[in-house]
Write a protein that binds this ligand. Structure first.
Ligand code: UD1
Length: 450
């Protein structure tokens, strides 16, 4: 069974790694190493930088993509349209049985739309389905809603996803609560991140006192910020920066800034609020220190050792609760309500007073991990089990069964196929199975009559 797996942007890479590994594991058990499930990795190139893309392939041990579309940046319409144009050719040439998309980025939506209009169309599987912020101003919310409504198989990370999809009328038999593949990756690499040298590289240890004790790590906060609503307009960005000044005066804030944010800071002339030291700093301890985005292992190491995480990212909220590091989310809502349950993550909003209050509250909080239901490192295995259960019987098996049925019925093949045509679904996978079921039912009917 051919499975196209699509990645495009930074938050996709850690979600597909475990699925690829689970496919390899499935193949090795199912047929002594033969490729029962044949993955084809497609990278749209929505993110293309060394820091936004390549570093993740290296850190996560991902295979080189089989197909790279190289779409790059653009407005939403240009980027989405360009992905669709290039991805259609991929589907025509490879005619997969299944296409897997993850998350909520433009690549997710674009590829789901293309697949939905193919004839015959592959099954569309959406990993991280059902999340809703109910905020249609977020581009990702449109991507989520449309992708879910195009998908045949919806893999859900948290209970709210089940509720949302049921409310939107998606049939329950298409929906599978499997857990979170991003957390599969976090658990897989949890030990490896301790070997990262990012903390010493940034000079976050107090100088060695020569007293035999290990150097101590200075408390620091970790900040990420990239949502268009938070960074594109000067006033909105300034409000957040002002809201963080109290924190910045008492502890250093490490800020690996997304390219979009870096360019906005310069365009808005807000450089004075930041320090730009990328390496060991001799006079640290306060201020917002802006550095380039980090690879996966360095970034998780920074999250794991932070006193506090402040972010507007979706995925980081989930990672912070699993690492047990208190988090303030710089948004008015979250599509991931499970992260709010124990208070390890709180919504700080985007106004300075609310941010200050949330930061004070979370600084007073002790570290404690929260592992939501099914976030046990096995989500990808569950997904692959479901995908494999839809494995088509080889077409020649269907034909052979139809021929036998026709012989028993004393009719010809085309008459038999016409009588069973009403069972056929538009999905190529379904049609093979339905042909076999139709033929078998016809035989049973004849045998009963005799
Ligand atoms: C995208 C996703 C968002 C996700 C985020 C993570 C959509 C709608 N948004 O937003 O959900 O949280 O990725 O990073 O899909 N850029 C570079 N180098 C790169 C990639 C982008 O410099 O490798 C610059 C581009 O020039 C562009 C800006 O960053 O101006 C934004 O990139 P884009 O992919 O359009 O959206 P993100 O803001 O990254």
């Amino acid at each position: 069974m051919k499975i196209i797996i699509v990645v495009g942007a930074r938050p996709n890479f850690m979600k597909v790694g475990p699925i690829l590994r689970a496919i390899t594991a499935y193949n090795s058990v199912a047929a002594q190493g033969s490729c029962v499930l044949q993955p084809i990795l497609v990278h749209t190139g929505q993110h293309y930088d060394a820091v936004m893309s390549d570093a993740f392939f290296t850190d996560l041990g991902l295979p080189k993509p089989d197909i790279f579309l190289g779409v790059g940046s653009g407005s939403h319409a240009v980027q989405t349209g360009e992905i669709m144009r290039r991805f259609e050719q991929v589907l025509v040439e490879s005619s997969p049985d299944v296409m897997v998309v993850v998350g909520d980025v433009n690549s997710t939506l674009a590829c789901a739309l293309v697949a939905a209009k193919m004839n015959p169309r592959p099954m569309i599987a959406h990993v991280e389905a059902g999340l809703r912020s109910f905020d249609r101003d977020m581009p990702e919310e449109s991507n989520r809603v449309v992708t879910d409504h195009l998908a045949d198989l919806l893999f859900v990370t948290e209970p709210s996803g089940l509720t949302n999809l049921s409310r939107e009328g998606i049939p329950a038999e298409r929906v599978f609560f499997v857990g979170n593949t991003m957390i599969d990756t976090l658990l897989t690499f949890a030990k490896k991140v301790d070997a990262s040298e990012v903390l010493s590289g940034l000079g976050l240890y107090d100088p060695y006192q020569g007293n035999g004790h290990r150097p101590t790590l200075r408390p620091y906060a970790l900040l990420t910020l990239h949502r268009p609503a938070n960074v594109d307009e000067r006033g909105a960005l300034l409000e957040i920066i002002e809201g963080l000044q109290e924190l910045a005066s008492s502890c250093e804030i490490i800020f690996p800034a997304h390219p979009r944010t870096q360019s906005r800071i310069h365009a808005h002339g807000l450089e004075a609020y930041f320090r730009f030291e990328a390496h060991q700093d001799s006079a640290p301890a306060s201020g917002i220190r802006l550095i380039d985005p980090k690879g996966y292992l360095d970034f998780v190491c920074l999250m794991k050792n932070a006193r506090l995480i402040v972010t507007d990212s979706g995925g980081i909220q989930e990672e912070s609760i699993c690492l047990g590091v208190p988090c303030v989310t710089l948004r008015e809502n979250t599509e991931r309500p499970v992260t709010l349950a124990e208070g390890i993550n709180v919504l700080g909003g985007v106004r300075r007073d609310g941010i200050r209050r949330a930061v004070r509250q979370q600084l007073a909080r002790k570290q404690s991990t929260q592992m939501p239901e099914m976030w046990d490192g096995k989500a990808a295995g569950r997904i692959v089990e479901v995908l494999a259960s839809f494995m088509p019987f080889p077409h020649n098996h269907a034909s052979a069964l139809e021929q036998s049925a026709a012989a028993v019925l004393g009719t010809d093949m085309s008459t038999l196929q016409e009588t069973t045509a009403d069972r056929q679904s538009t999905a190529s996978v379904g049609s093979t199975v339905d042909r076999m079921v139709g033929a078998a039912e016809a035989v049973i009917r004849v045998l009963r009559l005799r």
